[in-house]
Design a protein around this ligand. Structure first.
Ligand SMILES: Nc1ncnc2c1ncn2[C@@H]1O[C@H](COP(=O)(O)OP(=O)(O)O)[C@@H](O)[C@H]1O
Ligand SMILES: [Mg+2]
Length: 279
């Protein structure tokens, strides 16, 4: 369904040198699969997601959707970012309806699809509210409804719950599981939270860093909706944390130089902690 072939990406830096961010990324994603890209901050997850979305060009390699190479953004791929980026001057209904209208759909069709997707994220009661009247979690739900309304084949999500408090995050993870079960969309979900990846995914792609590369891939075979206290899932979290420790250490050393003390810093790690953003 989605083939990522030999993707490499380098960015030109201020001093003229090249920074290689992604190295030889190959992934084969099946239709209806929920896949997470997991890795420490700065390992190139967002860069890869933006390349898949067509918002960024790779230095080399290609992205194929159902056998066709992409060239730029397209309505077959919907994107949800960490910041919902809603139009502040439009209410919930009009935010979700915006792209449908742009597409030239008839008024009653726009209304039906928008209402339908607002219902999917349980915001019918708030369809006339404006973004500033909503909580962060509600705004993310609007962003999800807006992406789903265009009926993309693939939903790309870049740390969509990263800015939310823990309780809201758990709620939205549960809700996303249900949406995925209902719509059977192919979802690529970027996160640096191990527990979130284990909870949501069929497959977890663990990224190494400097340059970003696929270090290991795990399948998560557990019934949904998932409860995190199940032994198997906890075991998997531990295993992933072990693999990532080395990568996190690399990033820390880079940022802290000689001041970094691995023994001391590694003590408080546990899988619920985010990697990179608050250390
Ligand atoms: N437009 C850009 N120009 C230069 N460097 C960039 C650009 N975008 C990202 N980078 C660098 O690429 C690396 C990977 O970034 P990113 O993909 O955002 O990582 P992640 O999402 O895993 O935290 C970082 O070192 C970042 O500074
Ligand atoms: Mg990112």
């Amino acid at each position: 369904m989605l083939k990522i072939e030999k993707i490499q990406k380098s960015f030109k830096q201020k001093d003229g040198s090249n920074l290689q961010v992604l190295k030889d990324i190959n992934l084969d994603i099946k239709e209806g699969e929920f896949i997470s890209l997991l890795g420490p901050s700065g390992c190139g997850k967002s860069t890869l997601l933006n390349i898949i979305a067509g918002l960024e060009n790779p230095s080399s390699g290609s992205i194929l959707v159902e056998g066709n190479e992409i060239s730029g953004a397209g309505s077959d791929r919907g994107v949800v970012f960490q910041d919902a980026a809603l139009f502040p001057w439009l209410n919930v209904f009009d935010n979700v309806a915006f792209s449908l209208k742009e597409k030239g759909l008839k008024k009653d069709e726009v209304e039906r699809i928008a209402i339908d997707n607002i219902k999917k994220v349980h915001l019918s009661k708030f369809k006339d509210s404006y973004p500033h009247q909503l909580s962060g979690g509600m705004r993310q739900r609007v962003a999800i409804a807006r992406a789903l309304a265009m009926n993309p084949k693939i939903l790309l999500m870049d740390e969509p719950f990263g800015a939310l408090d823990e309780q809201t995050r758990l709620m939205l993870q549960y809700e996303l599981q249900k949406i995925w079960m209902e719509t059977k969309k192919t979802i690529i979900f970027v996160t640096h939270n191990i527990r979130e990846a284990v909870q949501l995914s069929d497959k977890i792609v663990i990224f190494g860093t400097q340059p970003g590369n696929v270090k290991e891939t795990f399948e998560v075979k557990a019934a949904r909706p998932r409860q995190m206290n199940k032994g198997y899932l906890v075991h998997l979290e531990d295993k992933i944390l072990d693999i990532l420790k080395e990568e996190i250490e690399k990033v820390m050393k880079e940022e802290m130089g000689d001041e970094y003390n691995f023994e001391e810093s590694s003590l408080p790690w546990d899988p619920t902690r985010d990697m990179g953003s608050n250390i």
